[in-house]
Each structure stands twice: as structure tokens, then as C-alpha cells.
Ligand binder design. Structure first.
Ligand SMILES: [Cu+2]
Length: 319
């Protein structure tokens, strides 16, 4: 996707490098306002120079009623009304009818991560993942946004404007990504100590790759044949991780934290805080509070280095 737009405006989280009709409308409005504000600034600077250094004729004209009425009343009324109409038109386009075949995804904001739920459809059962939203390119997607605790705000600058996630309410956001790739989103409403560590990825696929992803995510966890990973699975059960985490296909069915059935398929853990690999998984288990202060997972200090490694090897096998 980064092929789009000038590179100095680019980046995985740049509102000035839009990759959807919705984000393009926001960027167009921003550029229009920037250009308009620039023109008005220029005008004011010129008028100031004239008032300061201009000849008596020009200065006389400036102190007349015409400029006060024209520049002080008519110009702002016309400019602001035009902007209002343009803004309302953009808003209407953005909240237009939704394709009945839109992909539906539910996203729930938690302190400090994102629960992502795909409903059941003709091809299979519902499932959950976290901090990663996968969508097909070129299709309407309807996101149902909720919060489990405080107000969060869902923002993927390259794909759509931001929308708050409000406790007790469902807000709907429609978007359509133009091209495959990975873009970044971020919680845009201060929600507590680790608000800044509440990011996520939106992964945009071609249709066949999206179908393959859905199919893989629907599968239950595969039991690793590696005895060391199996030891990790036992530790996972005995330490009570399953009280907060679900691993489909095992007895772990906790709801408080992210579903870990395919945790190793995700690029990061803890909502963009760390890349996913054995080392970071072990570090997270040992010191979740040090790595992400105030999050809802306690640090588990009872494990030896070897046990941590076994647990992390087990989690890394959950692809
Ligand atoms: Cu948040």
C-alpha cells in the first residue's frame, strides 16, 4: 500500500496517505482546509503590509466600510457555509447505505487491547482473535465497535476517521480498503496508564488469502508433538492461564484476556507492544506489568527460566 501517495506523507499510520474512500474524504477535506487557511493567511499578511506601508489611497480604501463588511462578514459567512455544505456532503457519503454482503466484524476495546470477533457464517463457526483485524481488499466492511470498560477510540488513519467506543453502546464504522497490505491503528482516546500501548494492525488481503485466513483461524488449536511444548501446555493448565484465556480445543476457556488459540499467527503481542516470538512471550509471562503497566494480566514470577521457555514454546506452537 505504501506505493500510494508521496512517500514523505506515507507510513503505515498516516492520515495523509489514505487507502480507502472514507479516509480519502477526510484527507481531501484536510487539504482543502489547509489550502484555504493558507490563502486567507496570505491575504491577511498582505493587508497588514498595506496598512503599515501602503500609500494614502490604499490605506484610505482599507479604512472604508467595504473592506470591513466584505472581509469581516461576507467572506467568513461564505467560506464557512461552503465548508459546512462540503463537510455535510462528505458525511452523507461516508454514512451511506451499507452493502448487505459486507463483512461484519465486532471489535471491543479493553484496557489495553482489542478483542476482535468474527461471527458465524455459512462457511463456519464464530471465532475470536485480538489486536489484528483481517479484511479483504475492495469489499465493504462493517465494524461494530463496543467497549468493555472505559471510552476508547478506534482509529486507523489510512482507512477511516476515528470513532469512539462507548460503554453500553454499539457504534458502527463502515470502511473499504483499496489495496492489500498492513496498516496500523491506535486507540485515540486516553483510556488509562497503558493507553499509548494500545495499537493494532489491519491486514488487508486479496479475496483468496482472506478466505484462507478465515479458515485457518476457525480451526481449533493443534496439539504440538514437541514434548517441550507439551510440558508448556501442562504448565499453562496448572498455572490457571485458562481462567483468563481461551485456547479452543483445550479446556482453557477464559474470557478476560485475548483468545490464544492462534496467538503465534499474530505479528505482535499485547496490542503492538512486542513482536511475537519465544523470547518476548516468555518475557511477557514473567513481567507483563513491567512491560505494560496497569494491564489486566498479573506478572507470573513463580516460573523458572526453563518453565518460562516451555510455556513460551507452547504458545509459539499455537499458529
Ligand atoms: Cu484505549
Amino acid at each position: 500500500m505504501s506505493a500510494h501517495g508521496a512517500s514523505w506523507l506515507g507510513g503505515i499510520q498516516s492520515a495523509l496517505d489514505p487507502d480507502s474512500p472514507e479516509a480519502r474524504a477526510v484527507a481531501d477535506l484536510a487539504w482543502l482546509m489547509f489550502a484555504g487557511a493558507g490563502a486567507i493567511l496570505l491575504l491577511v499578511v498582505v493587508l497588514t503590509l498595506v496598512a503599515w506601508r501602503g500609500g494614502p489611497v490604499l490605506r484610505g480604501w482599507m479604512s472604508g466600510e467595504a473592506l470591513v463588511l466584505g472581509g469581516g462578514i461576507i467572506l467568513p459567512v461564505v467560506t464557512l457555509s461552503a465548508l459546512l455544505v462540503y463537510g455535510l456532503l462528505l458525511l452523507r457519503d461516508a454514512s451511506g447505505a451499507t452493502d448487505p454482503h459486507a463483512i461484519r466484524v465486532e471489535v471491543v476495546g479493553h484496557q489495553f487491547w482489542w478483542r476482535v470477533r468474527y461471527p458465524a457464517d455459512a462457511r463456519g463457526q464464530a471465532f475470536e482473535t485480538a489486536n489484528e483485524i483481517h479484511i479483504p481488499a475492495g469489499r465493504d466492511v462493517l465494524l461494530r465497535l463496543r467497549s468493555a470498560d472505559v471510552i476508547h477510540s478506534f482509529w486507523v488513519p489510512r482507512l477511516a476517521g476515528k470513532l469512539d467506543m462507548i460503554p453500553g453502546q454499539v457504534n458502527e464504522l463502515r470502511l473499504r480498503a483499496d489495496s492489500p497490505g498492513r496498516v496500523r491503528g491506535q486507540c485515540a482516546e486516553f483510556c488509562g496508564s497503558s493507553h499509548a500501548a494500545m495499537a493494532f494492525d489491519v491486514v488487508v488481503h486479496e479475496a483468496p488469502a482472506f478466505a484462507a485466513w478465515l479458515e485457518a483461524q476457525r480451526l481449533a488449536a493443534v496439539r504440538s508433538s514437541d514434548p517441550f511444548a507439551q510440558r508448556g501446555a501442562t504448565l499453562f493448565r496448572d498455572a490457571g492461564c485458562g481462567g483468563c484465556h481461551t485456547v479452543r480445543g483445550t479446556e482453557a476457556d477464559g474470557e478476560l484476556g485475548p483468545d490464544l488459540t492462534h496467538v503465534a499467527s499474530r505479528r505482535t503481542i499485547a496490542a503492538g507492544t512486542l513482536p511475537t516470538h519465544v523470547g518476548t512471550l516468555a518475557g511477557w509471562i514473567a513481567d507483563a506489568q513491567g512491560l505494560k503497566p496497569g494491564n489486566r494480566m498479573p506478572a507470573f514470577r513463580q516460573f523458572t527460566g526453563l518453565e518460562l521457555r516451555a510455556l513460551a514454546t507452547y504458545l509459539a506452537s499455537l499458529e
